[in-house]
Design a protein around this ligand. Structure first.
Ligand SMILES: [Zn+2]
Length: 275
């Protein structure tokens, strides 16, 4: 698994109210060799406490044994020279034995916390401390300044982990990318897109403006249509001046047959063809 896939795994496993995601040795072994050192270097992973349980060696299905570790001391000096771990069956609670070196290796795990992610983003985006207080499921990250405009960033973790840009949610998994050179980057364009979108959205007059603009366009189109009917009416009335023989209704029927009628009813045409 390359770096971008590993990052995606981490980000997709955060959220839903969780504060951190754990990576087991089993998971980590699926990653390319270079991934763990990069994530540790970037402080997007840190070595966590040893796991407290492992699959049990007993015959019970899906049993987990609790692992109890204790320091191994030198008999003479009393100094700590290492550690040893014991397994206790989760179902029978009987002693299983001292874990092998291989099993002890499998107790290792790493974690990424929301705080680590925030620290990384703060550094990368050179954020200023947040002005707002945290709310339920929302951690304020800070204020970013781009092109002289500032906008608030927050972490939403109630459901999928999201970056809130002025309150607009962008999935965290989309924010991060790995450059061709293998460096972890933030898709600032994506953040900026949401920033500018929000600036338009929060402008209270803009939705009304756009609706009234649409209405204005429709009004002008109708006026043009009526003007075309009025022109045609004048032409036909000159050709057929006898009003008792060729009524306005008759002329409306003639206009209704033309393309300028645009499929509208003869009565609609009759009402609008005379100024
Ligand atoms: Zn067991």
């Amino acid at each position: 698994m390359p770096l971008n896939a590993a990052l995606l795994f981490l980000l997709q496993n955060l959220g839903h109210g969780k504060r951190s995601v754990m990576v087991s040795v089993k998971q980590m072994l699926r990653w390319e060799n270079t991934v763990l050192p990069i994530l540790l270097e970037e402080k997007l992973l840190v070595e966590a406490e040893l796991a407290k349980s492992l699959p049990c060696k007993c015959v019970e299905k899906d049993c987990l044994m609790s692992v109890v570790s204790s320091d191994l001391c030198d008999e003479v000096t009393g100094k700590v020279v290492g550690a040893t771990s014991f397994g206790i069956c989760g179902k029978s609670h009987s002693f299983i034995g001292i874990l092998t070196e291989f099993e002890q290796h499998y107790l290792k795990q790493w974690q990424l916390t929301n705080e680590m992610l925030i620290a990384w983003l703060t550094k990368y985006l050179r954020l200023e401390p947040p002005k707002e207080a945290n709310r339920a499921g929302v951690i304020q990250i800070g204020t970013a300044t781009l092109d002289g405009e500032s906008y608030a960033l927050a972490l939403g973790s109630a459901e999928e982990l999201v970056l809130l840009v002025n309150g607009d949610a962008v999935p965290m998994a989309k924010i991060f990318q790995v450059s061709e050179g293998g460096a972890i980057e933030v898709v600032t364009d994506l953040i900026e897109a949401h920033k500018s979108q929000k600036v338009i959205d929060i402008e209270p007059t803009s939705p009304k403006k756009s609706t009234s603009a649409k209405r204005q366009v429709r009004k002008e189109e109708t006026q043009k249509l009526h003007a075309a009917w009025q022109k045609e009416y004048k032409k036909l009335r000159q050709q057929y001046p006898n009003k008792s023989k060729y009524s306005n209704s008759w002329i409306a029927i003639q206009i209704a047959k033309l393309p300028i009628a645009q499929g509208l009813h003869k009565d609609t045409i009759r009402k609008n063809m005379v100024l």
